[in-house]
Design a protein around this ligand. Structure first.
Ligand code: BDR
Ligand code: CA
Length: 315
């Protein structure tokens, strides 16, 4: 199996990503690190531990990470993910605690200890990842790739042009994009497209198995009428980024220059993707600079990922 670590802000769709990652036989989920985003970091830790217990995978180490972005003030997305950050489903409190080292320490330890290079899957603001890369740059030698959910080629969600995870901590995203490791950007353009049909959601909700039932409840929560979440009901969201690691053939990517806008004002947090035919070589040289190349997801086989997620979670 592929060794992976998920850095998340659980989060309705982060929970869907965790459920898939613990159940897919091709993935070896070695650790989970938590960061402030959808809710405060203690809420994220609690939600993550609860999901693991419901999923029957309580042994995976979970660490608490950054309480706030590098520079921005703390802010949350409770309006999307409910008061508890995970749909207010009335789930039990976890019985376990996080490990007693912080997220950056756990990330470093697990990455360097892995016999095979690790794929990192951030599905949250990139604060922990930026701190890791700046504090322990040696980890890059045992990172296979970073597949992150964030950014957008076309339209944003937090602002007209910026996606939530990048907008929440733009400086951290900029650190990631310039880290010199292979990166896949699973942005909003594909994120919104992978949707589980209502009939499948209904089946999951009546399952006798707690992990499957939780998956159904979380998917049902993503009904715009119920949650105010603009993602259509049944949307796999962040889980799609984990599907892209388990089954990269389902994703169409193009290697393109990407830069995060850090300027204050209406473009802050935008991922500016250069899709000109010969990026950086246009006759009009205005503003052209060397940008890191990122494998940007432009298309997804949504039916394939829905099937993949269902078959892993339902077993
Ligand atoms: C991202 O923001 C969060 O609300 C979701 O969990 C996802 O990671 C989408 O913009
Ligand atoms: Ca998330």
């Amino acid at each position: 199996p592929i060794p992976v670590i998920i850095d998340c802000d659980t989060g309705v769709d982060d929970a869907l990503a965790l459920l898939f990652a613990v159940r897919h036989p091709g993935l070896d989920l070695r650790a989970i690190t938590c960061v402030a985003g959808n809710t405060d970091v203690d809420g994220v830790v609690r939600n993550t531990l609860t999901v693991l217990e419901q999923a029957g995978a309580p042994g995976i180490p979970v660490a608490r990470g950054a309480e706030r972005p590098l520079i921005e003030a703390p802010r949350s997305a409770r309006h999307v993910h409910g008061h508890d950050g995970m749909g207010d489903l009335g789930l039990p409190a976890p019985t376990r605690r996080p490990v007693d080292v912080d997220a950056v320490t756990l990330l470093r330890r697990e990455i360097l200890a892995s016999p095979r290079p690790v794929t990192l899957i951030p599905t949250a603001p990139l604060t922990n990842i930026a701190l890791l890369l700046r504090t322990h740059p040696e980890v890059t030698r045992n990172i296979e790739r970073i597949v992150f959910m964030g950014g957008a080629v076309t339209t944003g969600n937090a602002t007209p042009v910026a996606e939530f995870n990048v907008w929440h901590d733009p400086e951290a995203a900029a650190v990631l994009l310039t880290a010199g490791v292979p990166i896949t950007m699973y942005g909003l353009d594909v994120f919104k497209r992978v949707v589980v049909p209502g009939s499948d959601v209904a089946r999951l909700r009546t399952s006798a198995e707690p992990g499957v039932r939780l998956g159904g409840e979380l998917l049902a929560h993503r009904d715009p009428a119920v949650s105010g979440d603009p993602t259509p009901s049944g949307g796999l969201g962040d889980a799609g980024a984990v599907c892209a690691v388990a089954d990269p053939e389902g994703l169409t990517t193009e290697r393109l220059p990407v830069e995060v806008s850090l300027a204050p004002g209406p473009t802050r947090g935008q991922t500016v993707v250069d899709r000109r035919p010969r990026p950086g070589e246009s006759e009009i040289h205005a503003g052209t600079r060397e940008q890191p190349l990122v494998d940007v997801a432009l298309d997804v086989d949504e039916g394939r990922y829905v099937k993949l997620w269902l078959s892993a979670v339902e077993g």
